[in-house]
Design a protein around this ligand. Structure first.
Ligand code: PEP
Ligand code: MN
Length: 333
């Protein structure tokens, strides 16, 4: 349920109302916009007398929110959420370019790629240290050592870093990481999501291989209901009958998620397509569709990458993509 307050309601009146609602065992989420203040009521709202609430002097209107996601819902928070990651703003018109290799492989590799993508306009460095691989015989990542190398690359370039967590038992190793990624395969690892909800780290939550937008938003809700509201949603392609591409990039997710939610939406055309050639056009399309950012795999030597070489761009290809994305954003905004 949401209650929209009348323009001009004082902070004291608002607090008074919140206290009254809290006595009904409800959590109240306050969204203070330039024009309106929205109170989002979380909990068993069946006890709230809508007529009574709506009749209060300061209340403009009361509505039931039928969707099961509440805190992620745009109705609870009409303005776009802007997430600040070490000075880099994401969402609400602030576009982010995350780039880097699928996996951290060595100090030379990650630092070389970090410098290159930064020069081309990337503002966040990606790199997997814990890798969720389909085969147990495939390279599983450099783990803790990989995170240390990412931190070194951050020191060298100033770029904040994003890297994937697979198991909550490793959370300590992510202490200095700027954004924690939850990969597609863990989107519904609810215990992991609950624990991340207790942290203060921005979370990049990727859509599961066969999950709906509502399921993605419910997973965001797991994190947010624990107290961590800094969640970014990531469309990375879903499994369909098409085999030409690794997955099928669902660009309608950008618009759908923006309509349903206030959280920033990032698009990953690398995992969506699986083919380096298709990454730039889909990146451009995502920017045109209104994505709040991109996450792109870039490798200094894709032919010899330990993971996802076929979908990785060279630094020169990334430079070109970045230039085209900037142009498209200027054209459509
Ligand atoms: C990744 O970003 O490295 C990754 C494994 O992506 P996804 O979870 O989308 O497959
Ligand atoms: Mn990858």
């Amino acid at each position: 349920m949401i209650a929209i307050l009348k323009h001009g309601t004082t902070p004291e009146q608002t607090q008074h109302l919140i206290d009254w609602l809290a006595r009904m065992d409800l959590d109240v989420h306050v969204s203070q916009g330039a024009q309106v203040t929205v109170l989002g009521l979380i909990g068993d709202t069946s006890r709230v007398d809508m007529e009574l609430l709506g009749s209060l002097e300061m209340v403009e209107s009361v509505k039931r929110v039928s969707e099961p996601f509440k805190q992620a819902n745009r109705k609870f928070h009409p303005n776009d959420t802007v997430i600040d990651v070490g000075g880099v703003k994401i969402g609400g018109g602030n576009f982010v370019m995350m780039a880097g290799p699928c996996s951290v492989e060595s100090e030379e590799q990650i630092i070389e790629v970090a410098k290159a993508v930064k020069a081309s306009g990337a503002n966040i460095l990606r790199g997997g240290a814990f890798k969720p691989r389909t085969s147990p015989y495939a390279f599983q990542g450099m783990k803790g050592e990989g995170i240390q190398l990412l931190l070194k690359a951050r020191e060298e370039t100033g770029l904040p870093i994003v890297t994937e967590i697979m198991n909550i038992s490793t959370l300590d190793l992510f202490r200095d990481v700027d954004i924690i990624q939850v990969g597609a395969r863990n989107m519904q690892n609810f215990d992991l999501l609950k624990e991340l909800g207790k942290t203060d780290k921005p979370i990049l939550l990727k859509r599961g291989l066969a999950n709906t937008l509502q399921e993605l938003l419910m997973s965001a809700e797991y994190i947010m209901s624990g107290g961590n509201e800094r969640v970014m949603l990531c469309e990375r392609g879903i499994r369909t009958f098409e085999t030409y591409t690794r997955n099928t990039l669902d660009l309608t997710a950008v618009c759908g998620l923006h309509e349903l939610s206030h959280l920033p939406v990032i698009v990953d055309p690398s995992h969506a397509t699986g083919k380096a050639k298709l990454v730039p056009p889909m990146a451009v399309a995502a920017a045109a569709a209104g994505a709040d950012g991109l996450i792109i795999e870039v490798h200094n030597d894709p032919a010899h990458a330990m993971c996802d070489g076929a979908q990785s761009l060279t630094p020169a290809q990334f430079d070109d993509l970045s230039r085209r994305v900037r142009k498209v954003r200027e054209a459509v905004l």
